[in-house]
Ligand binder design. Structure first.
Ligand code: AMP
Length: 275
């Protein structure tokens, strides 16, 4: 594995691998890697000749300065974890990626305006800014994204459609801790107690599958979350799995999903469930 820090070298090796007829898989990350990230990298390794993994804490997708400042940065350990699963790890500085502050303003439409888009103004624009650059620099045949950030996948697909980026976007299932909590780099900021309490998010979502109507589900989830003093609900939305707009019936042809965001102390955790 080679660690690359410049865009020039990144493009150079990517062009050479492509010219040699290799298929390329790409896994964009912000580092502080865990089994969730590794599942994406492993899948990319299985499905492609060459794997690029990027590790870059993208400042333009943070709408909260403290979240950006506290975001864990563990490059050395990340590189150890990746081992031979990736051929190239792209770990640039902010100045390398953004020699000038990016000024693009995208309109990703209705998939980007709800839930995380509404709760975190500018977040998806920042995601579009970085993912577009990475995919244009590397030109991977396939790019891997986790369903923990389900809405992000819809936004990335829309960005690719608008910008004519031909990489296939491959959604990958959520990897969980043994207690059910969705793995996240932000889990490192939880105390032992908070980590155990946070497992209730997944437990409540799973239990809500027994409800018969959308109204019952919403009521059940909101009241169960409210019972846990460590939790502060940001939102719980029931949405069409394809359009991400509010669902009005459980037998929606695309399927219905529940999307939740909960604060555990200052740490913001997201999860989702398919009904
Ligand atoms: P991040 O480093 O948080 O930007 O995540 C990089 C990629 O890993 C994104 O596509 C995430 O959706 C994915 N990812 C993060 N956590 C998980 C998880 N628990 N299971 C599956 N994929 C994940």
């Amino acid at each position: 594995m080679e660690i690359i820090t410049t865009v020039e070298r990144l493009q150079d090796v990517a062009v050479r691998e492509r010219a040699a007829g290799k298929t390329i898989g790409m896994v964009p990350t912000m580092g502080a890697l865990h089994e969730g990230h590794l599942s994406l990298i492993r899948r990319a390794h299985e499905e492609n000749d060459i794997v690029f993994c990027s590790i870059f804490v993208n400042p333009v997708q943070f709408n909260n300065a403290e979240d950006l400042q506290k975001y864990p940065r563990t490059l050395e350990a990340d590189v150890q974890l990746i081992g031979d699963l990736a051929d190239y790890v792209f770990a640039p500085s902010v100045e390398e990626v953004f020699p000038v502050a990016p000024s693009e303003v995208y309109d990703f439409g209705s998939v980007a305006n709800v839930m995380e888009g509404a709760a975190r103004p500018g977040h998806f624009n920042g995601v579009g800014v970085i993912v577009r650059r990475l995919l244009e620099w590397v030109r991977p045949h396939k790019s891997y994204f986790g369903e923990k950030d389900y809405q992000q996948i819809a936004v990335v697909k829309e960005m690719c459609r608008q910008c004519r980026i031909l990489s296939e976007i491959v959604p990958c299932p959520i990897v969980r801790e043994p207690n059910g909590l969705a793995m996240s780099s932000r889990n490192r900021r939880l105390s032992v107690h908070e980590f155990e309490v946070a497992a209730n998010i997944h437990r409540i979502l799973e239990a809500s599958k027994a409800c018969a109507t959308l109204q019952e589900i919403k009521q059940f989830v909101e009241s169960e979350i409210d019972k846990i003093p460590e939790f502060q609900l940001d939102y719980f939305e029931l949405a069409d799995a394809a359009t991400l707009q509010t669902a009005d019936t459980l037998d929606n042809p695309h399927g219905v999903m529940g999307f939740i965001t909960v604060y555990v102390g200052p740490v913001r955790l997201i999860d989702n469930v398919r009904y």
